[in-house]
Design a protein around this ligand. Sequence first.
Ligand code: SF4
Length: 365
Amino acid sequence: MKKSIIQKIQQSLTRWYRENSLDLPWRKTDDPYQVWVSEVMLQQTRIETVIPYYNRFMEKFPDVEKLAGSDIQQVLKRWEGLGYYARARNLHKAAQVICEKFQGRLPDTREELLTLPGIGGYISAAIASISFHIPAAVVDGNVKRVLARLFMDATPINATGEKNQFETYAVKLLDPDQPGDFNQAIMELGQRICKPGKPVCSDCPVQEFCMVFQADKVGQYPVRVVKKSIPHKKMNYAIVFQGEKCLLLRRPAEGLLGDLWEFPGYEQDRQTDQPEKQLADKIRRMTGIRISVKEKIGTAAHAYTHFKVTADIYLCFYKSGEIRLDGPTEHQWILPEEIRQFPCHKLIHKIFPMLDRLVNQTETF
Ligand code: SF4
C-alpha cells in the first residue's frame, strides 16, 4: 500500500473516531491506571459488559495504591462474573509491584510496562500510546480482523505464530503523531463497524481503501483456522451440611479459576454406576471428612472458553472427621445466605438457586 494511501486511511480513521467515538467512562481520561484497568477488562469481553464492572471497580479501587493494599478476595469479588480471573490476580500483583518498584506510578516505557505481571504486547502498547503518546501499535482480535480485510490478507487471524504478519501491517498503518487516537479508532472500528459476522461497510470511513471491499470479497475475509471442538467435562459437586452450615472450599491461587470459592467437587473421570460412593470417596480424600450422600438435587451446566462442564449437584451431610485439605487452600463452614459474600465462579452461581430451595424446604435438615 502506498504511503499516500496510508496517510489517507490515518486521516479518515482518526476523523471518524473523533466525530463518532462512544462515550465510555475510561475515555474521559488518559490516566494510565484507568487505561490499564479498562484494557485488561476489555480483553475477551464486550464493551457493554465491561462498563458496569469498570465503574464498580474504580469506585472500590480508585488508584494503584488502593488496589495494591486490598485483599485479593475483595478484588476477585468485584471481578466476579467477568471471567478470566487470572486477569484480576495479575492486576493485583502488578499494582503491588508498581508500588514497590515504581513509587505507585505506572512506568512510562513499554519495556518497563512489559515487566509487570499480566502486561503483554497488546496492553503495553495501549497504555504507552494512549497515556504516554508513544507510537506503539496495538494488535488484538478486532484489529487483526480489520487489517486482514483492509489488506486482503488470507493469513488465518486465529493461528498461533501469525501475529507478526498483522503487527507489520499495524506498525505500517499507525499514525505516529497521534498513536493513542489511532489505536482506539482502529479498535473501535473493529468493534462497531468491521464486525466479525456482517461488517457495516456502508458506514465505514475507510471503505474506499479497503481491498476486500473493492474486490467484492468481504464475506471471504478474515480467514480462520477451524478449531477442534472443546472438551466436555462431567463434574459432581457436594453441598455438605453440618448443622445449618455448609462447606465451602477455596481453590489454589495458581491455575484455573484460582483463589475462587466453590463447593467440594471433582471431575468424574469415567462412567460409574455408583456416583454417590465415588463422590463420598473423593470428598474424603480432598477434605479429610466422611459424608453421607442424601440425594441428587439438580444439574448445572456452563461453557467456559476452553471446555464445557455439566455437573450433578448432591445434597450431603457431614458424618465424621477433621478437615485436612488436599488441593484446596482454605475451608469455611458458612450459612447458606453468606455464600454471595464469597467470590465464586459461574458454575457455582448456577447452584445458588438450588441452595436457596434447600433452605426453604424445612425437611432438608
Ligand atoms: Fe471492514 Fe467493510 Fe470497512 Fe472493509 S469496508 S474495513 S470490510 S467495514
